[in-house]
Design a protein around this ligand. Structure first.
Ligand code: GLY
Length: 263
């Protein structure tokens, strides 16, 4: 299996009570923390069911969005890179993640210029796609490019659709060649050369899924897209996401997925 979806490890952080103050573009109501934790437990179980080792960090009430750990780092087979989130309430999450990454990686680099969040980064076998957004700017991308170029990684900068939080809010990697995407993103042409499966009309909120080993983990409640993916041969696991979605969070945001280098 490809390094871009085959993982031996994941790191998650439980949602805390302060998640009621998490950032959101539109207020659709305060997240129900008990239900959020129940969904999070189901998510961790889904990751573990593939045989992966999952570190569950305790909630840190200082950071209302801290359960969205993906934004704090990028994990590649050779090294991890601590990100530099593009919003003031989240910038400290990156430093909090560094010691966790150092438990698994000898090489942990850091973004020191500009801003970049993991939610804007899609790693495929052939390239690293990064969507510029309100949270990710050119300087952050150039800093990341300098860090990963010696390892042979190619970065291609694209555009996150206006009004969309992160690039991966609208797309997911399904396998080496296949991407699940909203039409509004795929129509930009950024996935030329890949097979694209469009989410069903009206089900745009399920574009943020994850391929994790043999499973595609997707938010519950999107039957048409689920059916398309099942017919395409993917093994689907649905997890409730109603509360994370109130904070513009989804399946990818809730974990850092990686295989530590052999020492
Ligand atoms: N609530 C997730 C974020 O805005 O970063």
């Amino acid at each position: 299996m490809s390094f871009s979806y085959s993982f031996s490890h994941a790191i998650c952080r439980r949602p805390g009570a302060s998640a009621t103050h998490g950032l959101r573009a539109v207020d659709t109501g305060t997240p129900d923390i008990d239900l959020f934790i129940q969904h999070h437990d189901d998510y961790v179980l889904a990751l573990k069911s593939t045989g992966a080792h999952v570190t569950e960090l305790a909630a840190d009430e200082t950071f209302p969005d801290g359960c969205f750990v993906e934004d704090a780092a990028l994990c590649l087979p050779e090294l991890a890179i601590v990100m530099r989130p593009g919003t003031s309430s989240r910038i400290g999450e990156a430093a909090l993640m560094k010691p966790e990454l150092e438990k698994h990686y000898q090489c942990v680099a850091e973004i020191t210029r500009g801003h970049i969040e993991g939610g804007d980064i899609l790693v495929t076998d052939r390239e690293i796609l990064i969507g510029s957004s309100d949270r990710t700017d050119q300087e952050g991308v150039e800093n990341l490019r300098e860090i990963v170029a010696p390892y042979g990684y190619m970065i291609r900068m694209v555009q996150t659709p206006p009004g969309v939080l992160h690039f991966k809010t609208d797309c997911s990697l399904l396998d080496e060649h296949t991407i699940l995407s909203t039409r509004r993103l795929a129509d930009s042409g950024c996935f030329e050369g890949y097979n694209v499966i469009h989410v069903a009309d009206g089900e745009e909120a399920c574009a943020n899924a994850i391929r994790f080993n043999d499973l595609v983990i997707m938010p519950a409640g999107f039957p048409e897209t689920r059916s398309v993916l099942t017919h395409a041969g993917f093994s689907i696991r649905e997890v409730g996401n109603s509360e994370a979605a109130r904070l513009d969070g989804g399946m990818s945001c809730l974990s850092l997925r990686f295989s530590p280098p052999a020492t």
